[in-house]
Design a protein around this ligand. Structure first.
Ligand code: F6P
Length: 556
């Protein structure tokens, strides 16, 4: 067992935490702009490179002592031991008593890991071979529908981790799509979601992937049933057509069979893969089909690069550890409640949404791992974001001059997939400018000088200058890489996965369950039968009762 992980000392009573509280007070007035002015080596000392990916954390307004104390916190909280336990396949998901082995899905060598006696590596390799077989058949045009026409459209039906990872990756890697293939994603139980996709595809040439770890998720099964009805109706065929148009991606063979999909059409994964960490597993089948297996394997290799870095690099030069600790500093010692993810890359437009689940479902928790105590400090921040430059014309006003400090991640590639005039240079100029502006700010003297130079009257200068002041000192990290290719994307995603893991260890929460989503599901089940008929609505508060009654009246 892990002494630090089970230690009863609350994280906020450790020596390092208490020292950080003091340090945060003492350094509250430090401004990053001055730190840069005082230390020309600041960038050189505060960045890490990993296989061409540059991580710059010098704009955080922290000093060497901050980092030293944060590293001490990581060590006191047992981050190194926890990391070893995860990679060794210990059941660190304590509530569900499961191993956490998404890293094994991208491992290139057999480390002899076993779960319940079964060797993990051969299991993974067998499923990868199956996936390659399917993907290669599709690539050769050999995957054909019931009427014999080649499949052209892949529709992934899944939600949460069974949707967000695949949709984020396929969108991010659009330049790599196989010609002639299209990918669609249906997640919402709102009938608009499935209906729009069905309007856009032909039954004869469509393959549905029903993606669900548990194969019990109501949204996914409801959508999958409706898709199946539509398919059989469109084809005028019997159930035998299902085998040519439906595959299941799941851990639950019985559920798949009950639904009516032959296990031969199932790609399997295992309980030790968390839903929000599952894009590397069979859940990523839509990625492998649409991009081809070679690109899917590059994605896995990118994640494996980061696994190796996370395992071996000293904490001081370990990118996910630095990301996590800086986040902890802002969350717990600077009172920041949210974290913005700002990709300057249209292909990453679903990346913030993907990270919302990865981060908020993992660390949005108030209970300590031992279950007996509620944490006495903040845990996971609200994660949000939009691609730049769009966000600049929407919410950046608050980032620059709002009363809340929002730590941010800026991400961009040096090269575009579609070079078009000066677009990319302009994009990148904005990318650099925004983090610089957030860090530097603008003083009253600077604003006054600028307005005066513009020729405004002294009276107008006095009136306007205070409104042009930016406090600056707003922390951000920058990720700069060559090109958003599959391997780079794999690296980026794995960096965030491990960041989330480290923060969970610091905060002493179990990052691998999601019990907070259950009550709503339970209540929805109880409400559904009450939406029909006119029996008195009972068992709810006055607001919910009135809303149910109004809904009944409106739909009648
Ligand atoms: O409701 C939350 C959740 O359990 C997520 O953790 C998960 O990714 C999603 O639902 C979908 O679950 P499944 O893959 O089992 O359908």
């Amino acid at each position: 067992m892990l002494p630090a992980m089970t230690a009863s000392t609350p994280p906020n009573r450790t020596n390092a935490w208490l020292a950080l509280e003091q340090h945060a007070q003492q350094t509250a007035k430090l401004h990053a702009r001055e730190l840069f002015e005082q230390d020309p080596t600041r960038f050189a000392r505060m960045h890490v490179e990993l296989s061409g990916l540059l991580f710059d954390y010098s704009k955080h307004g922290v000093v060497d002592e901050t980092l030293r104390l944060l590293m001490a916190l990581a060590r006191e909280r047992g981050v190194e031991e926890a990391r070893a336990a995860m990679f060794a396949g210990e059941p660190i998901n304590v509530t569900e008593q499961r191993e956490v082995l998404h890293t094994a899905l991208r491992a290139s060598t057999d480390e002899g890991l076993r779960v319940d006696g079964a060797l993990v590596f051969p299991l993974v390799q067998t499923e990868l071979r199956k996936l390659r077989g399917l993907s290669d058949r599709l690539g050769r045009g050999e995957l054909r529908g019931h009427t014999g026409k080649p499949i052209t459209d892949i529709v992934n039906i899944g939600i949460g981790g069974s949707d967000l990872g695949p949709v984020m990756v396929t969108e991010a890697l659009r330049p790599y799509w196989r010609p002639g293939l299209r990918a669609h994603f249906v997640s919402n139980i709102d009938d608009a979601d499935l209906s729009h996709v069905l309007l856009d595809v032909q039954a004869e040439t469509t393959l549905f992937l029903v993606a669900s770890k548990t194969f019990t998720t109501d949204e996914t099964l409801t959508n999958a049933r409706s898709a199946r009805e539509w398919l059989l109706r469109e084809l005028g065929a019997g159930k035998e057509a299902v085998a040519k148009h439906f595959f299941a991606l799941s851990t639950n063979v019985n559920g798949v069979v009950d639904f009516g999909i032959d296990p031969a059409n199932m790609l399997e994964f295992w309980d030790w893969v968390g839903g929000r960490y599952s894009l590397w597993s069979a859940i990523g089948a839509s990625i492998a089909l649409v991009l081809g297996m070679d690109h899917f394997e590059s994605l896995l290799a990118g994640a494996a690069d980061v696994d190796a870095h996370f395992r071996a690099a000293p904490l001081e030069a370990n990118i996910p550890v630095l990301m996590a600790l800086l986040g902890v500093f802002h969350t717990n010692f600077r009172g920041c409640a949210t974290h913005a993810v700002l990709p300057y890359d249209q292909h990453l437009h679903r990346f913030p949404a993907y990270l919302q689940q990865a981060d908020m479902e993992s660390n949005g928790k108030h209970g300590r791992k031992n279950g007996d105590e509620v944490v006495g400090y903040e845990t996971g921040p609200v994660v949000w974001g939009e691609p730049g430059t769009n966000g600049q014309h929407a919410f950046y006003q608050l980032l620059h001059q709002g009363t809340r400090v929002v730590p941010a991640d800026f991400l961009a590639a040096a090269r575009s997939h579609y070079p078009l005039g000066q677009h990319h240079d302009k994009l990148i100029a904005n990318f650099f400018a925004q983090s610089e502006a957030l860090m530097r700010g603008r003083t009253l003297a600077e604003a006054t000088a600028e307005l005066t130079a513009e020729g405004l009257s002294p009276e107008d200068v006095r009136r306007l200058a205070p409104h042009k002041v930016f406090s600056g000192n707003r922390p951000s990290s920058t990720f700069l890489y060559d090109l958003l290719d599959p391997r780079t994307l794999g690296r980026l995603v794995a960096l965030y996965e491990h960041k989330i893991f480290v923060q969970g260890v610091i905060w002493d929460v179990n990052s691998f369950d999601q019990m907070g989503v259950e009550l709503g599901k339970q209540l929805a089940k109880a409400i559904l039968p009450k939406l029909e008929g006119d029996a008195p609505v009972t068992g709810h508060d006055a607001s919910t009762t009135a809303l149910i009654e109004r809904y009944r009246a409106l739909r009648a």
